[in-house]
Structures are given as C-alpha cells and as structure tokens.
Write a new protein. Structure first.
Length: 277
C-alpha cells in the first residue's frame, strides 16, 4: 500500500507540478488566516462598537420621549360659552408613535448584532479552527494520493467548513467598509439631529406655558406649534426628528439585518451552485 501511494504521488507531482504548488500555497494561506488572531479580534471589536452605537441611538431616541410626554400631559382649559380644552401635545402623537416603533426596531437590531457576535465567536473558537485545519490537511493529503481526487461528500464538507469559518468575518469586513464609506457619517449626523431635537423639545416644554401666560392662550399655542410643526422657511422639530429616525432605520436595517441575511443566503447559494449533488 505504501509503495502504491508513493507511486501515485510521484506521478501526480510529475504531471501537475504547478497545480500542486498552487494548491499547497492556498492551503498554507488558508491555515494562516484560520489561526490569525487579528482577524477575529478586529471583527469582534467592530461588533462591540456597533452594539455600543446602537445603545447610544436607543438612548437618544428614548430621550425624546420625556419632553414629549410632558408636553402631551399639558392641557389648557378655558371657557368660551362652553368649556374647551386644548392639548398641543396631540401634534406630537405621530412623532411619539414613530419613536416607540423605532425603539422596538433598535432592539431587533441589537439582537441581530448579538447573534452575529455569537456566530463569530463559535466560528473563531479553538475547536472550530482545529476541526477546519485537520480537515484541510487530511483533504489535501487525500487529494495528493487519490487517483480520482476527493469524493463529493468530502468536497462539500471542506467548502462548508471554510464558509462557516470565514463568512461572518467577511460580512463584518464589508459592513466596516460601508460604515467608513457612508453609514458612519450619516449615523453621526442623524444622532446629532436627534440631540438637537431633544434640546428644542425641552425648550418648547418650558416655553409652552410661559407663552400662554405672557401672550394668551391662542398666541402661546400658535407660537409653540410653529416650533413643533415648522414653517415654509424652517423645518419643525417633528420633521427634524422624523427625518433622523428614518435615516437611522435605513442604516440599522442594512447593517444589522439585511447584510447578515444576504451573506447567509450567499453562502448557501454558492454551496449549491458550485458543489452540486
């Protein structure tokens, strides 16, 4: 048996020296990447920062609820033949509903990032690295001595292990590139806008009753409503906050949900496409 293996190996080296050299280099490169700690450390660091960013966004969004709740609780009552009650906070109902839905959406985004962290931790664990390394080395040795190459099931196993090991790291890398190219600047701008909206709402809360006392019910309500709703020349607080929230929803939807799902789909698509039954 040993002599037959030696003969088969010698024949393959003689017939396909360049191909064997290329496969050997690819094997060494893959093993190096498999055990490279910087790759996993960078991916885990990015996901940790993304979780922190999402928590900051959540805090900014929930921070808008406090002044909105106070404004909605203020009801001005006056008599004009019959009792009339005016609640300016109703103008903020659509924004408050959007904030509530956005806060729930952030939790889904956090769950998505948490699942990515779990998957990345599992795929970069020592047992996973050892299993992939052994599979690659055994598969390479089998391919060298086998007359007809590797059987189909072993090819599927190797491809599957390679995809599981690297697909999440690649997905995090693509997400990082998108962040640097577009999302990071847009996210900071949206968070700043939310902070500005919160400050303005706090100011409106204080000015609301003061305006009513100084200039009367109708004048006070009108001046405050103009700040919330805005005018032709200036965006209102509700428009500023809603625009920033929609922008953050798009960023989080792509980064935390759509991109990971796309890579999982791509992994199975490539697996079925290039490794048919």
């Amino acid at each position: 048996i040993a002599s037959e293996i030696s003969v088969q190996l010698a024949l393959k080296l003689q017939r396909q020296p360049l191909w064997i050299a290329s496969v050997s280099l690819a094997l060494v490169g893959t093993l190096v990447l498999t055990w490279l700690p910087e790759l996993d450390r960078a991916a885990q660091g990015y996901l940790a920062n993304a979780l922190s960013d999402n928590l900051l966004i959540y805090a900014s969004a929930r921070g808008l609820n406090a002044p909105i709740s106070v404004i909605q609780s203020i009801e001005i009552s006056f008599s004009l033949g019959a009792g009339v009650a005016v609640n300016l906070g109703e103008v903020l109902d659509p924004l408050n509903d959007l904030i509530e839905r956005f806060s729930a959406f952030i939790l889904y985004g956090l769950a998505g990032l948490g699942l990515q962290q779990l998957a990345l931790t599992a795929s970069s664990s020592i047992p996973a690295k050892v299993l992939l390394s052994l599979a690659l080395i055994i598969g390479f040795a089998w391919w060298l001595v086998a007359e007809n190459g590797l059987p189909q099931w072993s090819k599927k196993l190797l491809i599957f292990l390679l995809m599981v090991r690297f697909v999440f790291a690649v997905e995090v890398g693509v997400s990082w590139v998108l962040d640097k190219a577009y999302f990071e600047a847009q996210q900071q701008e949206a968070i700043s806008t939310l902070d500005i909206a919160q400050i303005k709402l706090e100011s409106v809360k204080e000015q609301y009753l003061e305006a009513v006392d100084d200039r009367g019910v109708f004048s006070g309500i009108w001046s405050t409503a103009r700040q919330i709703i805005g005018s032709e020349n200036q965006d209102g607080i509700a428009d500023l906050a809603a625009g920033a929230i929609v922008q953050l929803i798009v960023i989080m939807l792509v980064r935390s949900i759509l991109l990971p799902l796309f890579f999982v789909w791509l992994m199975f698509f490539l697996f079925k496409r290039f490794i048919p039954d």
